[in-house]
Design a protein around this ligand. Sequence first.
Ligand SMILES: [Zn+2]
Length: 307
Amino acid sequence: MVIDVHHHWEPSDGLETFLPFICRYIKSMYKSMHCPDLPLEKIMEEYFRLANDPYGEVLVKYMEESGVDKSVVFFWDRPSYDVETLMDINRRVGEIGRRFPDQVIPFASVNPTRENALDMLKKCVEDYGLVGMKWHPDVAGFNPSDKKFYPMLEKMNEYKMTLVTHTGSLPAPSKSLYAHPLLLDEILVDFPNINIIAAHSGWRWWPELAGVMEWKPRIYGCLTEWQLMAVADYDCFCRTLREMIDRMGIERLMWGTDNPSFTALMSVKDWVETIRSLPERAPEGIVFTREETEAILGGNAKRLFQL
Ligand SMILES: [Zn+2]
């Protein structure tokens, strides 16, 4: 089973302004990572193809073509959105989840900084059927373990929710401090029913995430965004992944895409194949087993989501 723990759904009606912004941002990430310098038009075209998907049909078809069985799907709450717009988006994510219950695991996105965050959370879970939460604390500028947010975390704990939250540095406007894996440690201490997927495994801070994981069992890493390293420097990707598995353990590392962001760089089919072929393709001296690649691609997420 292949499970993508990180797919972004975008309302197609806001895309005219969001598309050029996000694609320029993605292009700058490719440049920093020494990935091929793709034309902006190509990035926009690929992004649009997956993002122009009001009912989830494009995603599900793309998953089928790519060999992905299930995807965790969410929007990310941007502070510029008013409550009504944001909640309508969350409602539509829930609708996609109901339409494709076998393929889609729908998550909410509500920043805890919102004045009525607690009520919004309740509505997302009880009315819209959303089963997890996505945060991007670095973009919204908040410390995820701030005591101010404890009422919301308490409710998430009661719902036994999984929190997918961005970890790792990014270009501005991301404020990277808020994406440090260490900020999640306190949540794990105080809320025993919340599982956390540290999106991108903390990126360059993956050793810090491993440090948190060493003593706290309910936190997971994922390889979302690591397509960039796999494309830019395959040997380095293999070396790093081997070390991550050795330090984090194989049971808590998952696979994901962060799409529609990176399809222009690497198709999902190729990203699945990149992981699956590690036992045969990894450079000499770096060993991966079939059990490890299957655990990463879906086995671990299957256990977390009790599928
Ligand atoms: Zn993301």
